[in-house]
Structures are given as structure tokens and as C-alpha cells.
Design a protein around this ligand. Structure first.
Ligand code: F6R
Length: 612
């Protein structure tokens, strides 16, 4: 997905901008570009392809400007091509703009501007923005210091859709304007300089002090100043917030890939997410929440809404909330939820799970739930992300930045946070005392059990070497293990491009078993003592048909029955996915490596999906 970087200060801007873009590469993109203010006016360097290609563009080394904007584009309107890459300028080359999001009414605006003599050189929605700013700028006869801002504000008032914009103007060589609506953008405050970015990791090495913007707040940035205005251009005050992530947590720390690093960070991510919430002898507290016993008792339903891996974490959450808290809970895919007219009222609690906090479908589902009168709660990993501004309340996983496109530590952190939420609800409702006490105990030992589970890497790698050339792999499980089967199949598809499917093990004989043939790989997860025998007998059916089998289990099984068995530590069934998913995250990783693929940046995928 598109990324934005900006700089205004005293240093040469172009290397800072390109460096920032390189740190955003993980978001997925197809072209890149920068624009700076030079003595002779605005510069613009862009092309399709990798960020590092910018170094080869003629004249890039001659840029001296200390103010600049930069962008990585992930094509939505118009093919990946130089002319569609950002930045975009207006016809008179007065303004240069980069944009994340979608201008929904760009056809209309393009028509209006064309009728007023403007020409368009790209197929993008973005190109209307600099021209519209120019249109209003030209109409304004007051030549004061607010003219640039007034033109920007008038143009933004005409835009429908979502946008994070950085704008520079050749007539204002010491200023930059930024604004966001439904698209991420933050400002990092330095000493005599300001950094702008769509994603905090891009500029973490420069500062930890950030201004987080609300929708439709305009910022006029100078080198040592940032002035904030509301949508009517009334000045507003804003304080910085300190982001605790350090720069090295956004780097690879000696691991070959971000994904591997993030898999190994799971003990820490779980420890951090549990934090001080589970003290023995005291009730679980969430500072951010004040749901009363009466409110929770009166709930008719909880919806857990999310996409992809976050939705799989929701499936584990359903198990916890229904069994521990006795509240009917449904899990919904955000892109479906918003169009299926779900039954929601003020007795419904809607919980939205999103690592990035920027997923467009999840945010739209949240807005819908709020309109229908539900209380909304966001579970996210990114402080200040869009979803936290929309939700009534937000609680956070503390997984640190997740850079690899394939989600690993965010998933396990979401499951643990949902379990903590379940404990908080059950304690507030004063039910399930024994189960809660047992779960709390098991949570305390979970990080060290993750460390132990990670020791399976060598066996997993060997199994990966055996199956990396396969075309199809099946994942089976029952109960909570079926949710892990789904997540594991998704992970394998994403980064190894092997077709993978998951089924409840008992469903096999109702159709999918027709696909089982000699030497096909079937992977099963068995962590539930009540269901293990049944799953074993389902696996027996595929073994009879010649399948190769890998089993991940914390139960006693007859190892000789299967090709490979990964034994993992036993834990509470509510949080078992946190351990059982790990060997299968590693399996996807090693298969992808064996195939020589780009593990962190799989084809066609973006880290955060900020369009519908
Ligand atoms: C899979 C993956 C995606 C995300 C999904 C939601 O590895 O990362 O399926 O889980 O796009 O993203 P967030 O959690 O940012 O809303």
C-alpha cells in the first residue's frame, strides 16, 4: 500500500526521503518518487519500480533542497508507470503533492478542472489535487502568508474519499502543508526539523516525539515550528506523544528476514501485551475500559470483526468469550459484515481487530456498527491509528512494529489480548472463577513455553525441504485447532504460493477427501484432549490413501503413525493457538526460503490494506 515520507529542516532532504521510503518498502508498492524545493523551483524525480532505482535518476545527486516530499505508490487508479507515480504537480508547476487514499469524486473534479483549462497527464485520481489547489490559489487575491493554506483547505473541502496529503509550493519555500482524512499520517518532531510519514518505523531512527493528527486537521510545517488548524482554519494546540518503539526494533536485528525475527519476538510480544494486567489476587484491569456488570449482562451479542489473520485471532476470541463469559459471540469478515445488514443495537458490543489499525474494510464496519448504536472497541497494535480515532474505546497489543507482510506476532498478541479481555469480562460478570484462575496461571508460563516451542525449528525446516515443491497442502483440525488450521493455510499460501486449504477434520469425508491422493501432504493440529482421538481417526483416513502427514500436538499420540510429529508444550486450551501456530509459521517461512522467494514482501500483497 502507498507510503508517504516528508522532511523539512536544514539537511539535504533527498537522502532522508529515499531512506524513509526504503523503510516503507515492506508496505508493498510498484513505483516511487520524491519532490524537493530547489533554488530554481520544484524538482520532481519518480519512476516505476524499486525505491533504489531513484538513485539512478539523472540529477538526483544534484538536489540541494532541505524541504521535500516522497511517496511509494501501490497502483489503484492507472497502471504502475512513471506518469502515474507520485509526486504530482499542477500545470503551472507551483504545487507538488503526494497522496495516500482514494479521491472518489475525481472524475467530477477532473471534468470541472478540464473545463477551466487544466490538462491531465496521468490516469490517477491524485492529479486533481495539485490542480484544484492551484485553481483556488489563483482565485485568491490576498497575497498573505495564509494563501497557500486557504487554497489547500478549499481544495480539500471539495475532495470526497480518503486522503493523506503532503503539499509543497514554490512560492512558500520554507513551508510544507500536510493533512489527513481516513488515511494515516504522523509528524515526527526533531530539533529544528520535522519529519512526516504514513508509518512510524520510517522515521523512528530520527525521532520518538510524534504529533498524531485527527481527521481534517491542517498542519503548516516550518523547520522549527508546526502550526495546527481545524477544518475552518481556527488554530489549535497539539502536544507531541512519545512512541516507545526504538529504531532497532524496526530493523532486522541480525535475522535474515523480518518474518523470522518477528516469529522469534513472540515471547516478548506476549510478555509485553500481558504487561501488568494479570496480577495474582487482583482483578484484571483495563484503564481504557469501564464496562459495568449490568452492561455486560445485558449484551445480546458480541461481534468480532476483522480481516485475514486478525479474523483468525477473532475465532480464538469467540471460543474464549463464549465459554468463559457465556456471551454469544460471532466472528465476521469485515468486508462481508458491512454489506450483510447485521443485526446490531445498543445491546451489541462490536470489537474490531486490526494490527495496523488502518484496514479500510474494518474501519468501515466499525463506522456502521456505531451508526447502528453499538458500543465499539478496537484492538490494534498501532497507537494513534485510524481505528483508534473511530472506536469508542481502544486496547493495544504490544507486539512492536510488524514489518513482514505475513502477520505472526500480531496474531498471537491478538489472541492473548482477547484472552485477557475474556478474563476482564468474566471477572466483571463474577462468573467462571475456576476457569479464570487456571487461565491466569497458564498465561504466566506462556512466554517460556513459546521459547520452548521455537526449538522445533530444525525439524520443521527438514519437513519444509521435503514438501516445498508441492502444489497442494491440506490443514486439518477440530475445535480451536481448526482455527489454527485456517491461519496456517493462509500463511502458507501468502508466502510460499502453494495452494493450501483448511478443513474441520470431521468435514473431510463430506467432500474434500476426494482430493487426497498418494503422497499429498496433510498437516493436522491436535491440542484438545477431548478431540484428539477423533482427529487421529480422520488422519488415519488420509494415511490409508497415501498422504504424508505432519502433526503438531501437545497430546500423547502414536508417533509411528505419522511422518513427522512436532510435540509442543501443553497449555490452557483457550490460548493453545499461540503455541500450535508457531511450528506452522516456521514451516511457511522455511518453505518460502527453500523456494527462494521474498518472504517479507510476497507478490501482490500489501501490509496494510487501506482501500476497499
Ligand atoms: C496475513 C495478514 C493479513 C492481515 C489483514 C488484516 O498474514 O497479515 O491477512 O491480517 O490484512 O490486517 P490488519 O490486522 O492490519 O487489519
Amino acid at each position: 500500500m502507498c507510503g508517504i515520507v516528508g522532511y523539512i529542516g536544514t539537511k539535504k532532504a533527498s537522502p532522508i526521503l529515499i531512506n524513509g521510503l526504503l523503510r516503507l518498502e515492506y508496505r508493498g508498492y510498484d513505483s516511487a518518487g520524491i519532490s524537493t524545493i530547489e533554488k530554481e523551483g520544484l524538482s520532481m524525480m519518480k519512476d516505476k519500480g524499486r525505491v533504489k532505482n531513484l538513485y539512478h535518476l539523472e540529477g538526483i545527486d544534484n538536489l540541494e533542497g532541505t524541504i521535500g516530499i516522497a511517496h511509494t505508490r501501490w497502483a489503484t487508479h492507472g497502471k504502475p508507470a512513471k506518469e502515474n507515480s507520485h509526486p504530482h504537480m499542477d500545470n503551472s508547476k507551483t504545487f507538488s503533492v503526494v497522496h495516500n487514499g482514494i479521491i472518489e469524486n475525481y472524475h467530477e473534479l477532473r471534468k470541472f478542472l478540464t473545463e477551466h483549462g487544466y490538462t491531465f497527464y496521468s490516469q490517477t485520481d491524485t492529479e486533481v489535487v495539485p490542480n484544484l489547489i492551484h485553481y483556488y490559489y489563483n482565485q485568491d487575491t490576498n497575497h498573505d502568508e495564509m494563501k497557500f493554506l486557504r487554497a489547500t483547505k478549499n481544495a480539500c473541502n471539495d475532495l470526497k474519499g480518503s486522503f493523506a496529503l503532503e503539499i509543497i509550493c514554490k512560492d512558500y519555500p520554507d513551508h510544507m502543508i500536510v493533512i489527513r482524512k481516513d488515511s494515516p499520517l504522523v509528524i515526527g518532531k526533531g530539533e529544528g526539523e520535522n519529519y512526516i510519514c504514513s508509518d512510524i518505523p520510517a522515521i523512528l531512527s530520527f525521532t520518538r516525539e510524534f504529533y498524531l493528527l485527527e481527521d481534517f486537521e491542517f498542519v503548516v510545517l516550518a523547520r522549527d515550528d508546526a502550526k495546527f488548524y481545524d477544518k475552518d482554519l481556527n488554530p489549535i494546540n497539539k502536544k507531541t506523544q512519545t512512541i516507545e518503539w526504538n529504531a532497532s526494533s524496526a530493523e532486522k536485528d541480525g535475522y535474515e528476514d523480518y518474518m523470522l525475527k518477528e516469529i522469534y519476538e513472540q515471547p516478548t510480544a506476549i510478555r509485553e501485551t500481558i504487561g501488568a494486567k494479570l496480577n495474582e489476587g487482583t482483578k484484571c484491569e483495563f484503564e481504557e475500559l469501564n464496562y459495568s456488570k449490568d452492561y455486560l449482562k445485558g449484551l445480546n451479542k458480541i461481534y468480532l470483526v476483522a480481516c485475514g489473520t486478525a479474523m483468525h485471532a477473532g475465532l480464538a476470541g469467540k471460543n474464549i468469550l463464549e465459554r468463559l463469559c457465556k456471551i454469544p459471540t460471532e466472528v465476521d469478515i469485515a468486508s462481508e459484515f458491512r454489506y450483510r445488514n447485521p443485526i446490531i443495537d445498543d445491546k451489541t458490543l462490536c470489537i474490531f481487530i486490526s494490527q495496523s489499525g488502518e484496514t479500510a474494510d474494518t474501519i468501515a464496519a466499525l463506522k456502521l456498527s456505531r451508526e447502528k448504536g453499538a458500543k465499539t472497541l478496537a484492538i490494534t497494535n498501532v497507537i494513534g491509528s485510524s481505528i483508534t480515532r473511530e472506536a469508542d474505546n481502544s486496547i493495544y497489543t504490544h507486539a512492536g512494529p510488524e514489518i513482514a507482510v505475513a502477520s505472526t506476532k500480531a496474531y498471537t498478541s491478538q489472541v492473548i489480548l482477547l484472552a485477557i479481555l475474556g478474563i476482564y469480562f468474566a471477572e466483571t460478570l463474577e462468573i467462571s472463577e475456576n476457569e479464570v484462575a487456571a487461565l491466569k496461571q497458564d498465561m504466566a508460563t506462556l512466554p517460556s513455553k513459546i521459547e520452548e516451542t521455537l526449538k522445533c525449528a530444525k525439524t520443521v525446516k527438514e519437513f519444509g525441504k521435503r514438501i516445498y515443491q508441492e502444489k497442494d497442502v491440506f490443514f486439518l483440525g477440530r475445535g480451536i485447532d481448526e482455527t489454527v488450521a485456517r491461519e496456517s493455510a493462509l500463511k502458507l499460501k501468502e508466502i510460499s504460493y502453494i495452494h493450501a486449504d483448511s478443513y474441520p477434520a470431521g468435514e473431510l469425508k463430506h467432500g474434500p477427501i476426494a482430493l487426497i491422493e498418494n503422497d499429498i501432504t496433510v498437516i493436522s493440529i491436535m491440542t484438545d484432549s477431548k478431540l484428539v482421538e477423533k482427529t487421529v481417526s480422520n488422519i488415519q483416513e488420509v494415511i490409508t490413501r497415501g498422504a504424508k502427514t505432519l502433526v503438531v500436538t501437545n497430546q500423547k499420540v502414536d508417533d509411528k503413525m505419522f511422518d513427522t510429529v512436532i510435540h509442543i508444550p501443553e497449555t490452557n486450551p483457550f490460548i493453545a493457538p499461540i503455541l500450535s501456530v508457531i511450528p506452522l509459521q516456521l514451516l511457511s517461512y522455511y518453505i518460502s526460503k527453500e523456494k527462494g522467494l521474498d518472504v517479507d514482501k510476497p507478490r501482490n500483497l500489501a501490509k496494510s490494506v487501506t482501500v476497499e
